[in-house]
Design a protein around this ligand. Structure first.
Ligand code: 5BU
Length: 467
């Protein structure tokens, strides 16, 4: 095994580790700066790094089929490891947006193969998680990552909570000890770094890089369709067609159909709703390839919701792909809806209303948590939530967020609006729901195009964000 001590000294001597006052990308002032990119200018050091990383994997008895370096610093590490070991490598693209339809992971690989992620240093683990997400979306199995330096600021815990075991060559304390012992730095400098570390003990994973709802998680047939439509149309836009006249809704459908992945309606607000309205909507949804979402927000006892979902003039489960419910009645509401959906013989996905956009709503975090637990227990029916933020980090349950306009604000009756960039980029939603911002615009088609572009840019930006 490569001698850790000599590797640390080599890294210091080529300037990969510096001490002083540095402002990190996060804005935090740090007494230490680690830049392992310089190793590409020193082939013997680069080779020593790769040798050490391979040795760590071997010692951990980590089994894998392919390696993947986190772009960009760890790419040469993974390359040298791959060449030395003969194990193939895959490469993750960071610029998915600029490259349009090209694959986000390059190389020859097959779904189900085991991949180990290679990284230079770990702080929160966010960069590793971004790469893990991209690999999992391609069907690769990732349960391990190897890094040279662990800054010991919570990364290993963040990763293990998301099913990724982190193996590292050395930690910050090891490094400081070696440098002091070899008189490369004063012990006071090491002390100030340790104090800095103590004050920044845990760095959370930003919500933007928490696991996003991806192909691997989409077990439900409606979820699979939604994901396929989203990716094919490059649209995470759901339009709330809250118009009172069926003909107006149909006109809107024709205008914006190609731009959306879901059309949401409130059938009980349409003055002239008939069985033909449902058939016409269904035909438009099939023609333009979008899903139909009836926003009935079921909230009664199981027996009643069976009748509400399958009967009355609206016969919701006969045409809707997505329905939603409040969690307030308890699991009976989910059981009732499951019964109605099964009786319809159609695949219907349920979204639980775990949070609302309206000012002063009575939902608190404990209620939201209980909705999350309810959804996890009903994965055969429930594919996610109507919520204002990402609720689980597994990426298995999607989030659709209403209360979205291009400018933040609200209406006179308590609706509150956030922007697509905020809702998706900062809060972690997967889909945006937009009503008046589109159907109320002078040119709904142009407005839908703007929301589609904003929603998609926010999603792809969030997925490919540099650390
Ligand atoms: P708007 O015109 O973009 O404000 O319409 C928002 C739509 O989303 C509308 O159909 C509401 O019924 C729906 N909605 C919401 O606005 N906020 C919520 O918390 C939930 C649903 Br749940």
């Amino acid at each position: 095994m490569e001698d850790t001590e000599s590797l640390i000294l080599q890294l210091f001597d080529v300037g990969a580790v510096k001490f002083g006052r540095f402002t990190l990308k996060s804005g935090i002032e740090s007494p230490l700066y680690v830049d392992l990119r310089v190793t590409v200018s020193h082939p013997p050091v680069l080779e020593a790094v790769a040798r050490r990383l391979s040795a760590v994997l071997e010692a951990a008895q980590c089994e894998y089929d392919v390696l993947c370096g986190v772009p960009y610093t760890a790419l040469p590490f993974a390359t040298v490891m791959s060449v030395r070991s003969g194990k193939p490598m895959v490469m993750r693209r960071k610029e998915s947006k600029a490259y349009g339809l090209k694959r986000s992971v390059e190389g020859a690989y097959a779904a189900g193969q085991r991949c180990v992620v290679v990284e230079d240093l770990v702080t929160s683990g966010a960069s590793i998680l971004e790469t893990v997400e991209a690999l999992q979306a391609e069907g690769l199995q990732v349960d391990g990552a190897v890094a040279l330096l662990d800054r010991q600021q919570g990364g290993s815990v963040n990763l293990s909570q998301r099913g990724v075991r982190l193996h590292t060559a050395f930690g910050m304390e090891d490094m400081l000890r070696v440098l002091v012992r070899a008189s490369r730095i004063e012990s006071t400098v090491a002390q100030s770094v340790m104090e800095f570390m103590g004050a920044n003990r845990t760095v959370p994973v930003p919500v933007t890089v928490r696991c996003r709802w991806g192909a691997a998680a989409a077990a439900h047939p409606v979820a699979q369709r939604l994901l396929a439509i989203r990716d094919a149309k490059r649209s995470n836009l759901c339009v709330a067609a809250d118009l009172c006249d069926a003909a107006d809704i149909m006109r809107l459908c024709e205008q914006i159909g190609p731009l959306i992945c879901v059309l949401k309606v409130h059938a009980d607000t349409v003055d002239n709703w008939t069985a033909e309205t449902a058939s016409a909507l269904r035909a438009a949804a099939d023609r333009h390839n979008f899903l139909l979402f009836e926003d009935r927000k079921f909230a009664d006892i199981g027996h009643t919701v069976v009748c509400q979902a399958s009967g009355g003039v609206h016969r919701i489960v006969a045409w809707a792909d997505l329905i939603n419910a409040h969690g307030i009645p308890g699991r009976g509401v989910v059981d009732g809806l499951r019964q109605a959906c099964q009786a319809s013989g159609r695949a219907v996905g349920l979204l639980l209303v775990a949070q609302m956009s309206s000012k002063g709503n009575l939902i608190d975090s404990a209620y939201t948590e209980r909705c999350l637990a309810m959804a996890r227990e009903a994965r055969d029916l429930c594919i996610g939530f109507i919520a204002q933020e990402r609720l689980d980090d597994t990426g298995e349950l999607l989030v659709m967020t209403p209360g979205v306009q291009l400018a933040a604000g609200g209406d006179a009756l308590g609706q509150q609006y956030n922007t697509p960039a905020d809702v998706i980029g900062c809060r972690g939603a997967d889909f945006i729901i937009v009503g008046r911002g589109i159907y109320g615009a002078t040119d709904p088609c142009q407005a839908a195009r703007a929301y589609q572009a904003a929603g998609w840019a926010a999603l792809t930006d969030a997925s490919s964000r540099a650390r």
